[in-house]
Ligand binder design. Sequence first.
Ligand code: UDP
Ligand code: MG
Length: 349
Amino acid sequence: MSVNTYFKPENTQPKVQVFTQDLDAGTIEEPPPYLSVVVPVYNEEDNIEPLYTELTAALEELDCTFEVVVVDDGSQDKSYIQLKKVYEHDPRWRILRLRRNFGQTAGLTAGFDAARGQVIVTIDADLQNDPRDIGKLLAKIDEGYDIASGWRMDRKESFLIRRLPSLLANRLISRTTHIQLHDYGCTLKAYRSEVVKNIRLYGELHRFIPAIASSMGVIVCEVPVNDRARRFGKSKYGIWRTFRVILDLITVSFMLRFSTKPLHIFGGLGFVLSSLGVLTAIYLAYVRLVLQEGINDRPLLLLAVLLIIVGVQMISMGLVAEMVMRVYYETGNRAIYAVRERMDQAFKG
Ligand code: UDP
Ligand code: MG
């Protein structure tokens, strides 16, 4: 699709072109860069230029090759026009434009799928994160950590609406998951690419990547980073996000604990119940066959039958749950976003 169609998107016939898994494909001529910086953008028109200047300056100071994958998450303002200018000036910036606003998690996922670097850094477009902190995160990855997570020690946002709910949510997440972090919400994080490429995200789950990845045995560290006030544009979130985060936490903690081995829970219980049932039945058989007593009027008989039936049911339920989980994990490759167009030198094929 020609990028010129951007200027009159309303007039163009909507062409349903849903990219699924092909974002990491394409004919790539040069070797992939070491670092991919993924930036989700939603209505950040005034931030694009300062972002380009500041981020490029910070990245050029680092001793590594890099690309910047910007995901325009269905912005309604001039963000895409600004991004187009950047792309024409510097093809190390790769621009994906989603068909509508899918949310920050989907935007980041689209960026992860497209990223080619060994290390992936995520950063907000509003420059609340300081690009000069990227070097500190990369140093931790070099030391052997799989995830280096930014910790905004001195946050510039309002206490009541932002910092207090975030403090409580962070405590709760740390308690529920195996990972202890002070600041899950900070977008500035560095990941080894295989960590994020193996996680399927949906909803608002991006802040739980360290917790979800902990089930893969990754080593996570926290690095104090600079937090700055937003200079242009508005925050996209209000107080409601805290509730959504808490609901997501329930999902994540359930998944972390029970999802991979449901048979162990249902099957274990079923095994205990049916064993009790079989033992009772053996006792009754002894009473009937050896002692030659009638067992028709024994309530124990009913109990034995019930225990065996319930036990067998439990084991089968565990097997069905296992199959459901297999389906969940193995077919979970449906994309949670749809790309409208892209300006990208790495996708000539
Ligand atoms: N963002 C996005 N899609 C959305 C909402 C936000 O891509 O639906 C981007 C936004 O442009 C910014 C980052 O996610 O780069 C963080 O958003 P914001 O600054 O509004 O969050 P806050 O810093 O207030 O937590
Ligand atoms: Mg922000």
